[in-house]
Design a protein around this ligand. Structure first.
Ligand SMILES: Cc1cc2nc3c(=O)[nH]c(=O)nc-3n(C[C@H](O)[C@H](O)[C@H](O)COP(=O)(O)OP(=O)(O)OC[C@H]3O[C@@H](n4cnc5c(N)ncnc54)[C@H](O)[C@@H]3O)c2cc1C
Length: 405
C-alpha cells in the first residue's frame, strides 16, 4: 500500500481540483499550484454526464450540484428546416438516467469549496513553467524561478492549451481545431429550456447554435466561429451574427437579441490532444492536458473528473507508484481513446467548410439515431459510458454510473 505521498498538482481547474481533493482525503500531502491569483473558471456552462456526476457524488457534491444545475434528458439537433440530425435520450439507457447542465462558475465553486475543506494546500499566483526530475522525484519551478518540492508525484492538469505538455512530452500532439466558438450565459426568454434538452440548430457545417439549460431560467448559448476570427482583439460583428442566428432559429430570437446587446461572450478554441503515454516517471497528465477534444460530445470535464477518480483509486489500490500509474493507464486508455476519436470524427460534420459532410449528416444522421443498436450506442456515447468502440458500462438500477465498475 502506498502511504502519504508528497504530491504537486499543476492547475486548479476541474480535473486538478478533483484529483487534489480525492488524494488529500486519502492521506496524501497535496499542494495545488494555480497561475491565477484568484482561481476562476473561463466560459459559460457545460453538460455533466452520469460519469462526471458520479465523481461529484463521490466528493459529496451531488445534491448541491443537482439543486444549482438543470436536469437535461437528452440532445436534439435540427437543421434550419426542422429536420432532425440528432435525437438522443438518456432514457434509452435507463429511465432514471439524465445529464446535468451547470454553470462553470457553479461547478468551479462546488469543487473549490470542497478543495478548501480538504487538507490540500493551494498556492495561487504561481505559474509553473517547468518540472525538473531528480531520480524518482520531481520539483516544480514557478515563473519567478523558485523551485518547490521534491514531490513523489507531479500531476499536470493545466488544461487543453498546456504549456508544460510540449516541454515535458515533446512527442505530444495538440493541433488546434480550425473552428471554435463564442459562448455566453443568457436568460431563457423563449422557454427553450422547458424541454430539458441540449438543443442545437445547424445550417450546413458553418452555422451552429446551441442552447443548454444550466440553471432555472438560464441557458448557455454556443455559436460556431472559425478560429481565424477568434484571435484576441479581433472584433466580432454581433449585428451580422444576430441576423444570421435569428434566421437560423427564429423561436430563439428573443434570446439572440438579448445576447447580442449584452455582448458578454467569451471565446473558446479547442485542441485534439494525444500523448504518447499518461506519465513519464513521477509526472502524470490528466484532464484536457492529457486528452483535450472538441466539445462536440460534451465530455471533456467528465473525462477529467473520471481521470481524477481513477488516479486516486489506482494509487489507493497499488503497492507502489509505478504500478498505480500503469493501472491508471489501463483504466483510462480505452474510454479516452474512444472519446478522442469519436469527437474528432464527428466534429467536421458540425464545424467545417465541407458541404458534403453537411449533406450526409442531414440525410442520414437523424435517421440513424433511431436504428436499433445504433440508438443505444449513441445514447451511451452521450452519457460518457463507452469503454471503447465495442463496449460500454451499464448504468445501475438508479440510472447511476458506478465508478468501481
Ligand atoms: C465551448 C466549450 C464547451 C464545452 N462543453 C463541455 C460540456 O458540455 N461538457 C464537458 O464535459 N466538457 C465541456 N467542455 C470541456 C471542458 O471545459 C474541459 O474539458 C475542462 O474544463 C477541462 O478541465 P481541466 O481541469 O483539464 O482544465 P481547465 O479547466 O482548463 O483547468 C486548467 C487550470 O490550470 C491552470 N493553469 C494553466 N497553466 C498553468 C500553469 N502553467 N501553472 C499553474 N496553473 C496553470 C488554469 O488557470 C486553470 O485553472 C467544453 C469546452 C469548451 C471550450
Amino acid at each position: 500500500m502506498i502511504v502519504a505521498l508528497q504530491i504537486a498538482v499543476v492547475g486548479c481547474g476541474v480535473a486538478g481540483q478533483a484529483a487534489a481533493t480525492l488524494l488529500a482525503d486519502t492521506g496524501h500531502a497535496v499542494t495545488v499550484f494555480e497561475r491565477f491569483a484568484e482561481p476562476r473558471p473561463v466560459g459559460a456552462g457545460l453538460l455533466l454526464q452520469p460519469t462526471g456526476f458520479a465523481v461529484l457524488r463521490a466528493l459529496g457534491l451531488a445534491d448541491e450540484a443537482m439543486a444549482r444545475g438543470a436536469r437535461v434528458d437528452g440532445l436534439e439537433g435540427r437543421t434550419q428546416r426542422g429536420r432532425a440530425v440528432l435525437e438522443l435520450a438518456y432514457a434509452d439507457l435507463n429511465p432514471k438516467a439524465h445529464g446535468l447542465g451547470i454553470l462553470r462558475s457553479v461547478l468551479f465553486d462546488l469543487l473549490h469549496q470542497r478543495l478548501l475543506r480538504s487538507a490540500a494546500r493551494l498556492r495561487v499566483g504561481s505559474e509553473i513553467v517547468d518540472v525538473v526530475r531528480t531520480g524518482t522525484t520531481a520539483s516544480v519551478v514557478d515563473h519567478s524561478g523558485a523551485g518547490h518540492g521534491p514531490f513523489d508525484l507531479v500531476i499536470v492538469a493545466d488544461g487543453a492549451h498546456s504549456a508544460l505538455r510540449q516541454r515535458l512530452m515533446p512527442a505530444a500532439r495538440a493541433p488546434l481545431y480550425p473552428w471554435g466558438c463564442i459562448w455566453a450565459t443568457v436568460p431563457d426568454l423563449a422557454g427553450i429550456g422547458a424541454a430539458r434538452l441540449l438543443r442545437q440548430r445547424v445550417r450546413g457545417t458553418t452555422e451552429m447554435i446551441g442552447l443548454l439549460p444550466v440553471a432555472e431560467g438560464q441557458l448557455t448559448m454556443y455559436w460556431s466561429v472559425p478560429v481565424d476570427r477568434l484571435a484576441p482583439g479581433q472584433p466580432i460583428d454581433l449585428v451580422a451574427w444576430r441576423r444570421t442566428a435569428t434566421a437560423l432559429w427564429p423561436e430563439a430570437a428573443a434570446i439572440v437579441d438579448h445576447a447580442a446587446s449584452a455582448d458578454s461572450f467569451s471565446r473558446a478554441t479547442y485542441r485534439h490532444v494525444a500523448l504518447p503515454s499518461w506519465h513519464d516517471g513521477p509526472i502524470v497528465f490528466i484532464g484536457d492536458a492529457a486528452h483535450g477534444t472538441s466539445p462536440q460530445l460534451g465530455q471533456g470535464a467528465n473525462l477529467g473528473l473520471l481521470d481524477a477518480h481513477a488516479l486516486a483509486r489506482s494509487i489507493a489500490e497499488s503497492e507502489d507508484l509505478a504500478s498505480a500509474l500503469a493501472l491508471l493507464a489501463r483504466r483510462r486508455d480505452g474510454p479516452v481513446r474512444f472519446y478522442r476519436q469519436a469527437s474528432h470524427l464527428l466534429t467536421p460534420f458540425f464545424q467545417s467548410r465541407s458541404g458534403t459532410l453537411g449533406l450526409l449528416r442531414d440525410a442520414f444522421m437523424g435517421m440513424s439515431c433511431h436504428l436499433p443498436g445504433v440508438r443505444g450506442m449513441m445514447a451511451s456515447t452521450l452519457a460518457g459510458t463507452r469503454r471503447g468502440w465495442l463496449s460500454s458500462v451499464a448504468l445501475d438500477d438508479d440510472g447511476h454510473y458506478r465508478l468501481d465498475g
